[in-house]
Design a protein around this ligand. Sequence first.
Ligand code: HPA
Length: 270
Amino acid sequence: MNYEHVQEAAAYVRNKLARQPRVGMILGSGLGGIADEIESKVEIPYREIPHFACSTAPGHKGQLVCGTLSGTDVLCMQGRLHYYEGHSMQDIIFPIRVMKLLGIETLIVTNAAGGVNLEFHAGDLMLIEDHINFLPNPLIGPNDAEFGPRFCDMTYTYTPALRELAQQTAQHMNIPLRRGVYMSVTGPSFETPAEIRAFRTLGADAVGMSTVPEAIAASHCGMQVLAFSLITNMAAGITGEQLSEEEVIEIGSRQGHILCALVTAIAARL
Ligand code: HPA
């Protein structure tokens, strides 16, 4: 990745901000509501930022929203970039590296996912404890040593202390929070029932088309990561119902406010 491009984008964003954000956020399908809670906000459309790719996915707005969330200075990606849209992995992790240059140390990521664990239900929230990556690794290519090592450790990608904080906060707010392994796939077709059975055997609890590239890039450059899935549907073949994008967006907007409340409360404690 061209380091100067990352610097140019970071300089553009920095010039628009009155304060330095400490926490970065990436909001998934139908979960952009957190951005509405941000105070003293500055909105920067991706298309204005040098070298930034634009998001086209449904339920994704395509702008940075910066400001204060429960007293914490945040920079929030309202709308993310997906591999299935045709973006390169380099484009997908570019914003993470911009966040790094802006001084962000903690990344909070939310996504919509299908439930693979048979004990889950649509509408459940899951704290991501670990992942299984079936997308291409975003660090393939020459190593960008300004950001991190060639071979980066992934043992504690989803920061244990942040997971503990999330669980305590959820308990305190009486929000039921599942825990599990997120499996990332390319999409855009949903999985087949046979794939879902295979993924369950492999140890997946939820499946989705995002998050892992950003988590890998964040981990590579030394950021702490906290990630949640909103289970918008049970994965293919479990209920016999067919899957649809509308259902994902619908549950996202119906249940998303609970995840928003949780993330807002966590931001207050960071
Ligand atoms: N599979 C993959 N991605 C998803 C799903 C699913 O069932 N639901 C929401 N995102």
